[in-house]
Design a protein around this ligand. Structure first.
Ligand SMILES: [Zn+2]
Ligand SMILES: [Zn+2]
Length: 165
């Protein structure tokens, strides 16, 4: 199943690159388990639930397209600074471009994106997960200082107030 998913992941990424040449093929992660999520996405990582994939072999390719459409939208967001939440117009347009109907209802209990918080320093933009974001927020409230310093520009890495879910 993993091989098949990798194949779909590569195939769909190539279609995205034909629309958006700057698209960097996301890494794949198979750590999702249980019944909650079939897939999740970050800009450069797509998470696939192998247990659910095994049970839904016929329809799981759509989950791969669903997550990659999120990755696409997030990577574009890094370029434009505009992040759309959830399954809005931008995500829907991308699903159509990939040949899928932009419906979010399917057999799976849930497919979603990892809630991420967008941070910026002078040289780059990056995303943090909810746990690290909360740690940084607590630190700032307590000390008044930023938790993260960028290793490249040595500047403070600040939360932009933008999050994506
Ligand atoms: Zn989604
Ligand atoms: Zn920097």
């Amino acid at each position: 199943m993993k091989l098949l998913i990798e194949q779909w992941h590569t195939e769909i990424s190539a279609i995205i690159q034909s629309h958006y040449p700057a698209f960097e093929i996301p890494l794949t992660d198979y750590s999702l388990t249980g019944w909650n999520y079939a897939g999740k996405a970050m800009a450069h990582k797509a998470f696939y639930n192998l247990e659910l994939a095994e049970k839904n072999k016929d329809t799981f390719k759509e989950v791969v397209a669903h997550e990659l459409a999120h990755c696409w939208e997030l990577q574009e967001g890094y370029e434009t600074g505009v992040f759309e939440r959830g399954h809005g117009k931008s995500w829907k347009t991308k699903m159509i471009a990939l040949g899928y109907s932009p419906e979010t209802t399917h057999n799976f209990s849930k497919i979603g994106v990892v809630k991420t918080f967008i941070y910026k320093c002078k040289c780059c933009t990056r995303e943090k997960g909810e746990r690290t974001h909360n740690k940084a927020k607590k630190f700032k409230l307590k000390t008044g200082r930023e938790f993260y310093t960028c290793k490249k520009c040595r500047g403070k890495v600040k939360y932009t107030g933008i999050y994506h879910e």
